[in-house]
Design a protein around this ligand. Sequence first.
Ligand SMILES: [Zn+2]
Length: 288
Amino acid sequence: MRIENHRIPGIWYGQSSNLGAQREKPPVIVVLHYTTGWNGKASRNWLMGEAGGTANRGSSAHVVIDRDGTAWQIAPFNRTAWHAGPSRYGEIEGINSVSVGIEFVNAGWLKPNGLGDFIDAYGKRMTARDLNKAGGYTLAPHARVGSGTFAWPLFPEAQLQTGLDVLQALLATYPIRAIVSHEEIDTRGWKTDPGPAFPMDRFRGLLGEAADREPAMVVTAGRLNLRGGPGTAFEKIVPPGTLLKGTRLKVLSRTGDWAFVAPEDVDGREGALRGWVHAAYIAPALAA
Ligand SMILES: [Zn+2]
């Protein structure tokens, strides 16, 4: 998968009515959710609001992924969708405006009814056999749901693979800095998604791989000294002595406020030149 003009070509697209403004800056956070339901199309239509023929006027997302691996995009990635609610991540409050929201079709927790069966969020009773037929489940406690253990339906591998593909495309296109669960950013303390059955580490792991690739950086100062070591006491490397604003470079290592960099040559390839620059004057080169 790839992203063109804030959309993933080749997958179903229908635009939700529940969207905020077009945003100036690219998204930097990906929030993962579950839909609290079994029916993918019903959830997709709900999150599309009026455009999906439903009465929902308060929530949306960017992508909904069904249990068979089908992905539906319902918002372009440069528009704010309403999926995070009251939320905070580090210094950022109100995550919707800086994030992409991905919804995985999944029923969420089911409570044991004391007779060996489980009751889902809509009061529907399911036996362990029903749950196994629907893809299996895991038992896990969760303080936000209550005391005891709850059944959490597993996420089928086809669904996870599509999710990983979408995430790869997002990482390749936007300066994503964090992949978070709705649970960990929800400031009201009652969200549980995508829950203990979701392999969060596999998704966060992609961010680690992306970081290893070191995103391209760009010089933001008018002229930036390129030095032989990490400090102003080190001689400038001549030529070129200074790097002009807009020069793209790769960071090879960092020491304190200094970065050891490889500027790209005029053809945009990694050149042979190496040197140190003050890291305050370089920034990630954001994808258009
Ligand atoms: Zn959520």
